[in-house]
Design a protein around this ligand. Structure first.
Ligand code: HAM
Length: 427
């Protein structure tokens, strides 16, 4: 008796589970192809240094890090973006811009395991490098939306919430937050959904040294839930108008693609990772039952800091865990039962040679084939074929073998035909 279990937060993928994962990854790769992203990968172990400071304290606390036998400080990768920045930065000079790459790494974070959060997950990463214009931000959000549409989800199931750190910065500076307290202020307002406005105001004055008046002005900013309302309230202020104009172009691009109904302006999207510099976004289920399905944004300084290559960049990560939960909740998981094109069987041992020859030539022709040597009657084999989800049965009784034919039965309709073996195995 085995008493071993997978570690907490790690998954065993039984065939049914793996079929779901494959279904999701097929949609990821399909949209990557349609949008012209090329696949890359990097090492699952990276130097610890790569994440310190670059990713920010939230991720650094969650690292699976250790010292290897060569006395190096290393860690399992918790995210892909620093690896991408290193790789793309190293080759960028020789590559056509914008560089559009995608990857499907397995990532590791020592998090408290809960619904939608595990200690390993597979994460699709789409990134665009070398394009500063907001059209690239729109392209990326469109790709994320199209992945979920490909999986059968609609605007009733999910929404992309979009903000811009530059706009938020301009609004907070305008409200009176000191420049050197901005990052702390972002982290505080990031909790607006979970804490009361009073608690947020108290933290802004207490921890971020913001005046009570400025804290009230910050909370007033977040009272606006519509982009038009923010534009009306702050559009006339110096330093804010240009930021609003950029967002307006972004929404205009998505409207033009017919995807406007999937995106919503939401200043409350801040994102935990430290490297984002511009438009940031997260995709959520509309019922608000799950954690973020996907998150990303623009990180224009990261390649310079990691690889010394000054190139604007943006991307997103979409994990398989929350996505699987959402598809299950909406009844959109695929049928994972294996299916066969043919089930080949014969009455007795004399037909084995013919049976193996037919099964193999059918497989050579590209069909999926299961066969049985069991000495049983036709009806028993027909039942087996249905249980195995085979679309057709090729039956080789003594008469059929003598005539060089098979009796082919369509499992669904029950229709039967005698077909010459040579014809049957034709591709
Ligand atoms: P992130 O927001 O940390 O971003 O993760 C992106 C997505 O990965 C999340 O929305 C969630 O679906 C999934 N995810 C993250 N952590 C876990 C976990 N512990 N268990 C299950 N799923 C998880 C990033 O990682 C950025 N590097 C994305 C990016 C790419 N930004 C630019 N390019």
């Amino acid at each position: 008796m085995s008493t071993f279990n997978a570690l907490p937060g790690f998954r065993d993928f039984f065939p049914d589970d793996l079929a779901v994962r494959t279904h999701i990854m097929r949609a990821w790769r399909d949209v990557a192809r349609r949008y012209g992203f090329q696949e890359y990968d990097g090492p699952p172990l990276e130097p610890l240094e790569l994440y310190i400071e670059k990713s920010g304290p939230e991720i650094v606390q969650q690292l699976y890090n250790f010292r290897d036998k060569g006395d190096r400080e290393i860690t399992l990768r918790p995210e892909m973006t620093p690896t991408l920045a290193r790789m793309a930065g190293a080759r960028a000079a020789g590559l056509r811009k914008p560089i559009k790459w995608f990857a499907v790494p397995q990532l590791f974070r020592y998090e408290r395991a809960q619904r939608g959060r595990l200690r390993e997950h597979f994460q699709l990463n789409f990134d665009i490098i070398g394009e500063a214009d907001v059209s690239a931000d729109a392209e990326l959000v469109a790709a994320a939306v199209d992945i979920l549409r490909t999986l059968g989800l609609t605007h009733e199931d999910f929404v992309a919430r979009v903000s811009d750190r530059r706009l938020l910065r301009a609004l907070l500076l305008d409200a009176g937050v000191p420049e050197d307290q901005l990052v702390l202020a972002y982290n505080i307002v990031d909790k607006l959904e979970r804490e009361t406005p009073e608690a947020i105001a108290a933290r802004l004055t207490g921890e971020a040294g913001v005046t009570a008046e400025a804290a009230a002005a910050v909370l007033a900013v977040f009272q606006h839930t519509e982009f038009a309302a923010v534009r009306q309230a702050y559009g006339g202020r110096p330093g804010i108008a240009a930021e609003l104009e950029r967002m307006e172009r972004f929404f205009g691009f998505l409207d033009a693609m017919g995807l406007g109904g999937y995106v919503r302006f939401d200043l409350g999207v801040v994102r935990g990772l430290a490297y984002y510099t511009g438009i940031v976004f997260e995709l959520f289920d509309t019922r608000g039952e799950l954690r973020a399905i996907c998150g990303g944004g623009r990180y224009d300084d990261l390649l310079k800091r990691i690889a010394g290559t000054d190139l604007p960049a943006l991307g997103f990560g979409m994990g398989d865990v929350v996505l699987t939960e959402l598809l299950r909740d909406r009844g959109l998981l695929p049928d994972t039962k294996p299916a066969f094109d043919y089930y080949v069987a014969g009455a007795g041992t004399e037909q084995r040679g013919a049976l193996l020859a037919l099964a193999h030539s059918l497989r050579d022709a590209g069909h999926s084939v299961e066969y049985s040597f069991a000495e049983a009657g036709r009806n028993r084999h027909f039942k087996n074929a249905s249980a195995l989800n085979a679309r057709r049965v090729a039956w080789l009784g003594p008469d059929e073998v003598a005539a060089g034919e098979a009796l082919v039965r369509d499992t669904g309709s029950g229709e039967e035909r005698r077909i010459p073996l040579a014809e049957l195995a034709r591709p």
